[in-house]
Design a binder for this molecule. Structure first.
Ligand code: SF4
Ligand code: SF4
Length: 379
């Protein structure tokens, strides 16, 4: 009998045609482009792989680790067959002068055509001396590499918002990519893929969208692809029926927690956080494989100003793992959907949930004006 996973007719060596087409279908689903799987398959196979250069600044390598956990296809296939990863400090075989020479050569050969991916925030205090690669500051490298790219993807909450390194008192002046571009007058478009970690499929699908449709996906007011960040966590959470019914875990390990009740009273930020975690899941290990699914409240990592804004114990820090003092009328919010602010207002609920919703609404509205104030920025 013929082996099912034969890769003879597959455009990717070692990946069966069936798996390859499954992958294209999954990507089309992530991008909310039903029926586009064939076009994606054509785009992936019919042209030169898009050159990608990856710059790591103040980060924990979690974004790369998250990408390494993908397995449809695995990262090695992805690197070798879907994109041409020209430079990535963590994954490069070479190092030192050899690596920097390769980066410069690749930038020259692919000027205006490569995608620059940045993870980590960029320190700008004291001329950026707190992060140097090959003798150059991350700030100088971002300017040099970013201004010659076709597009930039800021992956993770650090590159998108400043993340943990920008938490008060922000000693290094950690600043997100889009703010530096604005301050330096660099006009290259920046896509934010926030998350701690970001979902690797949101990154992969953004690259494939660019490759297939020759343009960036529609972005929200915070520069995030709408296909991935268009809905709040709360909307698709499997614990939502418990929220609607007023059943809550009150302590980690209590009866409600063990029964899978809603984590709102443990500080869950799902009602004010836009991301597709409950749908995309993590690590390809099946249902429930996302933070809330495993019993941990969402802490709002993909929402600017919700996670990573102030030190622990600071009064300015969002109330993480602290129940809100005023609780929404859960019966009144039953049937609530996409816009939490609108639903909260309609239901007439007050206090923490409404405050959070209104703050989120305002934040989104004012994103354009606010971005210059994120982190310390360069003035
Ligand atoms: S509050 Fe959190 S745990 Fe509860 S339903 Fe919403 S997202 Fe899920
Ligand atoms: S559940 Fe919330 S905190 Fe966890 S990864 Fe998703 S958006 Fe971030």
């Amino acid at each position: 009998m013929r082996q099912e996973d034969s890769s003879e007719s597959s455009p990717i060596p070692g990946v069966s045609r069936r798996d390859f087409l499954k992958f294209c279908s999954a990507m089309a689903a992530v991008m909310c482009l039903p029926g586009m799987e064939e076009k994606i398959a054509e785009a992936v196979t019919a042209q030169k792989r898009p050159p990608v250069l990856w710059l790591s600044a103040q980060e924990c390598t979690g974004c790369t680790e998250s990408l390494l956990r993908t397995n449809h296809p695995t990262l090695d296939r992805l690197i070798l067959e879907l994109i041409s990863l020209e430079y990535h400090e963590t994954l490069l075989a070479g190092s030192g002068r050899q690596a920097e020479d390769w980066r410069e050569k690749s930038m020259k050969e692919n000027k205006g055509k490569y995608i620059l991916v940045v993870d980590g925030s960029i320190p700008v205090k004291d001329n950026g001396i707190y992060c140097k690669i090959g003798g150059k500051t991350a700030l100088a490298l971002l300017e040099e590499m970013g201004s010659q790219a076709a597009a930039v993807i800021a992956i993770g909450s650090c590159a998108s918002w400043g993340g943990i390194p920008s938490a008060d008192p922000n000693p290094t002046g950690a600043t997100p990519v889009h703010v530096i571009f604005k301050n330096k007058g660099i006009k290259i478009p920046v896509v934010n893929i926030p998350g701690c970690p970001p979902n690797p499929y949101n990154f992969l699908s953004t690259v494939l969208y660019f490759l297939t449709l020759k343009k960036l996906p529609d972005l929200d007011e915070q520069g995030r692809p709408k296909f991935a960040y268009g809905r709040i966590i709360h909307e698709n959470c499997e614990r939502r029926p418990h929220f609607d019914a007023g059943r809550f875990a009150l302590q980690f390990g209590d009866d409600g927690h063990r029964k899978g009740y809603c984590l709102y009273k443990l500080g869950c930020k799902g009602p004010e956080t836009f991301n597709n975690c409950p749908i995309q899941l993590f690590n390809d290990v099946g249902s429930g494989a996302w933070p809330v699914g495993t019993g941990h409240p969402c802490f709002g990592c993909s929402e600017q100003g919700v996670g990573f804004t102030a030190p622990l114990h600071s009064p300015a820090r969002p109330k993480y793992i602290t129940p809100p003092s005023v609780f929404p009328d859960v019966a009144a919010t039953r049937g609530h959907s996409a816009t939490i602010a609108g639903a909260a207002l309609a239901a007439g609920i007050a206090g923490a949930a409404l405050g959070a919703a209104v703050a989120t609404g305002k934040k989104i509205q004012k994103h354009g004006e606010e971005e210059g104030k994120t982190g310390t920025g360069e003035k």
